[in-house]
Design a protein around this ligand. Structure first.
Ligand SMILES: NC(=O)c1ccc[n+]([C@@H]2O[C@H](COP(=O)([O-])OP(=O)(O)OC[C@H]3O[C@@H](n4cnc5c(N)ncnc54)[C@H](OP(=O)(O)O)[C@@H]3O)[C@@H](O)[C@H]2O)c1
Length: 305
């Protein structure tokens, strides 16, 4: 099988597409014939910073068809169409086949293709965990969502509206009408001065390390969560708010809930670009530019076996 492997950190051009044998499964494992891989900033960040142990197959998100199951696998069978995200620390999705476990996958939403499904797991789980596990967002609350037109932001916006929140979406002007069409109550241009916004927010979901600008917008008792930089604790104390950051974790139960919302039409998937597997370097460079509207996907064309 072919996979995208990194041997040495530093440059996206250092990634090789290489041939190796298809992995076998242990009793609790599942072999997936991958059809598409959703892309996330961690894919290129891992290459540039080298924070995963090398060599490794890059990538977290995938969708595909189950090819083989171990004898202790209970909820899935050969032929099932599934989506999932590998554990953050392990990686290994950008390949024709991968091995995973029941706790990381959910059935593909019936109304989505494999390409669309592969764009769901990591970004949607990050949005879900940030809004509901960490911020504990409630109906009627006012929330600011940073980078609302990005991979995570579009899920966060749609989940927050589904939960009944009042959403101020931060984006550039070109995305304002699009975000309003998805229910954003207000759109704030990130090139403007954040201090012109009223300081009456209950919650901030920050994917841009903007705590210096956005924590002062919270009312006393407000909650701030970052999916990037750790917020300054002195700032949190000064404004009387709680502030933290977190790393997403792959979670099949939450992914199944998200799949149901997608099937009910409550949440839409937006693909910016698709790339062939052979274009993986080009795809990572595009993702690295940081101006995608929604998600980018690698489409895996299987070679003859
Ligand atoms: N902690 C975790 O577990 C976790 C999980 C997922 C992601 N992350 C991190 O969260 C960040 C966002 O991830 P993502 O997948 O949403 O990225 P993404 O899809 O690449 O984000 C692209 C979006 O960011 C917007 N943007 C660019 N510069 C901006 C700025 N200065 N202010 C506000 N918005 C800006 C772009 O808008 P324009 O095109 O209009 O410029 C675009 O809509 C990344 O740093 C990623 O590594 C962390």
């Amino acid at each position: 099988m072919k996979s995208a492997i990194l041997y040495e950190k530093g440059f996206l051009d250092g990634i090789d597409i290489q041939e190796s044998s298809i992995p076998d499964v242990q009793s609790h494992q599942i072999l997936v014939r991958v059809q598409a891989c959703g892309m996330n900033p961690v894919d290129w960040k891992g290459v540039v910073s080298g924070f995963f142990q090398m060599p490794y197959i890059i990538g977290s998100d995938f969708a595909g068809i189950i090819e083989k199951v171990g004898d202790q696998v209970r909820s899935f069978q050969i032929g099932d169409e599934i989506m999932g995200s590998l554990e953050w620390a392990k990686q290994g999705a950008f390949a024709e086949y991968l091995v995973t476990e029941e706790k990381y996958i959910a059935s593909k939403p019936r109304n989505l293709s494999c390409i669309e499904s592969s764009a769901v797991p990591l970004a949607s789980l990050t949005a879900w965990q940030g809004l509901f596990d960490h911020l504990k967002l409630q109906s009627g609350e006012k929330i600011l969502i940073q980078a609302a037109a990005g991979g995570v932001g579009l899920f966060a916006l749609q989940f927050a509206k589904w939960a009944g929140a009042y959403v101020v979406a931060v984006a550039s002007e070109k995305n304002a009408a699009f975000l309003k069409s998805l229910g954003a109550d207000e759109v704030f241009d990130y090139k403007e001065d954040f201090s012109t916004l009223p300081a009456d927010f209950d919650a901030v979901f920050d994917s841009m390390a903007s705590s210096e600008q956005t924590i002062p917008l919270l009312q006393k008792g407000g909650r701030y969560i970052s999916i990037t930089a750790k917020p300054n604790p002195e700032l949190a104390t000064k404004y009387g708010i709680t502030a933290s950051n977190f790393l997403f974790h792959s979670n099949a139960t939450q992914l199944l809930n998200i799949a149901k919302l997608i099937e009910q039409g409550m949440v839409q998937i937006f693909i910016d670009k698709t790339f062939a597997f052979t274009e993986v370097k080009k795809a990572l460079k595009y993702q690295q530019e940081g101006h995608s509207r929604g998600k980018n996907v690698l489409v895996i064309q299987h070679t003859a076996e």
